[in-house]
Design a protein around this ligand. Sequence first.
Ligand code: G3I
Length: 345
Amino acid sequence: MKSLIIALALVAAVPLPAHAEHRTPRDLRELAYQNGIRIGSAVNIAALRDEADYRKVLNREFSHVTAENAMKWESVEPERGVFTWSDADALVDNARRNNQKVRGHTLVWHNQLPAWLTSGVENGTIDAAELREILRDHITTQVRRYKGKIRAWDVVNEVVNDDGTMRQSIWLTHLGPGYIADAFRWAHRADPHARLYINDYNLEWNAPKIETTFSIVKDLQAQGVPIHGIGFQGHLGIQYGYPGDWANVMSRFADLGLEVAVTELDVRMELPVTSEKLATQADYYRRALTDCLGVKACREFTVWGFTDRHSWVPGWFEGEGAACLFDENLAPKPAYHALLGVKKA
Ligand code: G3I
């Protein structure tokens, strides 16, 4: 017995062979784990409900999820005071069962607002004071509902234009620029542990947008506003070139003390698909993950849908598509394999 115990102790003391830690991961979940980050995907709730193969790949590969549409204002409060949480709940429940963290998307945006709200503001039945109350109640209700279940919230989304000016949304025009600080404070009060993000597209490369966003963050920090993270959406296209300075931009925001996340990565192309385009796309995905892993503050790498079966791209950009890691039949594309080969420097 004694010698058996000694033998077991010896086996337990033997370190893992180096290749066990550094071998090619079997899937994205393992890749993420090996690199100390979470790899996520946006989720189409109809597909999550109705498509077993979609569900299987989502839950196997991803350790972080974002609702593609189900947490947006028009989805959760289509009529004033009538809340429809079932889709958002379904995502959060599925995440809990599958060890996935959740990004809440999004609290304040100019898009996908319910018609009762936009028409009320337009026809003057909702004035500025009431609009402010409505926004505060919306943020408080939604963040409180998922308190402790959402790792990070996109508190404000796309508040800066490409030319670096502030977006003239109903929020800015009726509430003034202070709505951003208010939104963060209200969200923080509703869930003090959630990481609160500012999120935008083209932040990977667009200098005016980067500079204005940088100033917004510094200004919020100077006021003591609880802002914790910067989300780079990362909607790329192979015809535009890879944003080669992205890692530096991430570092600049990290140096302000922010957590960094890639929140909506996809890499579209002009159709038809060719093997050459797929190889370029794979390289973009590989570089994006490499850039994220090169910045210590980059904690999350989320793609905006994982399959070409359900992607927003063809509906928005005529003649473009094939932007995801898996094809319509859920076969992994070269980009998927390229990600598995990425190693932290
Ligand atoms: O739900 C309605 C349905 O009832 C109706 O029959 C149908 C007819 O068009 O439309 C459905 O709504 C669509 C909605 O997605 C839900 O599927 C809208 O038309 C469509 O415009 C909407 O698109 C979404 C888009 O945001 C809207 O701005 C995309 O799915 C979603 O991927 C996209 O996501 C955004 C992020 O939230 C923010 N960053 C950019 C990103 C891509 O645009």
